[in-house]
Design a protein around this ligand. Sequence first.
Ligand code: SAM
Length: 371
Amino acid sequence: MEEHLTVGRVAELAGVSVRTLHHYDEIGLVRPSARTAAGYRAYSAGDVERLREVLAYRRLGFGLREIADLVDDPTTDAVAHLHRLRGLLLEQRDRAAAMVTALDRELEARAMGIGTTPEEQLKMFGAQLYEAIGSAYPATRRTEPRIAARVWDALGDAQTVLNVGAGTGSYEPPDRDVTAVEPSAVMRAQRPAGAAPCVAAGAESLPFEDRSFDAAMAFSTIHHWHDPIAGLREMRRVARRVVVFTHDSSDAAWRHRFWLSRDYLPEVADLVAGRPSVDRLADAIGARVEPVPIPWDCADGFFEAYWRRPEAYLEEHVRRAVSVWTRVGPAAEQRAVARLRDDLSSGRWAKRNHDLTNLDAAELGLRLLVT
Ligand SMILES: C[S@@+](CC[C@H](N)C(=O)[O-])C[C@H]1O[C@@H](n2cnc3c(N)ncnc32)[C@H](O)[C@@H]1O
């Protein structure tokens, strides 16, 4: 017979009261599937799995009625729940890290006798991932001239250009009239002296009139937007032409295309799950899609940049400048780095990837969307 746990044992293991479990039973949220001979509630492995999901959603702040809808959804299995919970927890962790950074900054300001405005105090609640990790960005993130040439070429004869999610401005064309948009104060503060003027805003709601610019560009940013399609439509609204550099994470082969995510960091697939495909993004703004091969000595240290220089990923400063490593969490990061270090010293990496050593550029799913 299947093993069951008593209500007292389940309560003890889960860190909730027996009363809570009785309540979940009464409202039909988690019904133990058996009773002991003495008539006590007894929980099967399946009951415990459901309880774990309920408690995880509860700790994320969902109401009991919402949780009932989530766990009873027939289209969502246990694995899908785990993926969803993981994504929600990562978001929560990023938000908490951003708030700690903002609070530290306010404490520092107060210690120096500087007051914060109500606007600054409220900003921490909207603080984004880049408020937490942005200061590590400039160490390796800079213009890659061959990719910049592709972007600037795609801008055509545009004289006025809006750069959305501009960060430190690596890909802003030097010979046009650029206006930047960047929601993170940390990133805005790192823009070099003399860089184009920068407006604090998100892509999803651009503070400009229709057709204010000849072109709008977005480089390596739309995977961070809450609603990429809304952001792209906003770009289309304010500009005659749109140029976007992003990666295509939609097809099933994607995870296997790059050895780093295939052999060391499969968690990357969870980060992109549910994001719209490149084709859907392109359709939303009527763009064509062009592949962008990554040169072997790519100067901009984004995730795929070191595909032929694997030792680079062992460097902490290289990883800190790429959000993926923060988003997968320290356990996955440490495991991936330790495994890569072992494989590099044993020669296993070289053996498995010998076909890369003669390539000057690799097709790793990076794409230019051009309207
Ligand atoms: C990987 S960085 C790229 C920065 C810059 N485009 C570059 O290539 O160097 C991603 C940027 O997107 C910004 N970002 C995040 N959410 C955004 C949103 N909703 N709208 C616009 N930018 C956003 C981040 O603050 C960060 O500066």
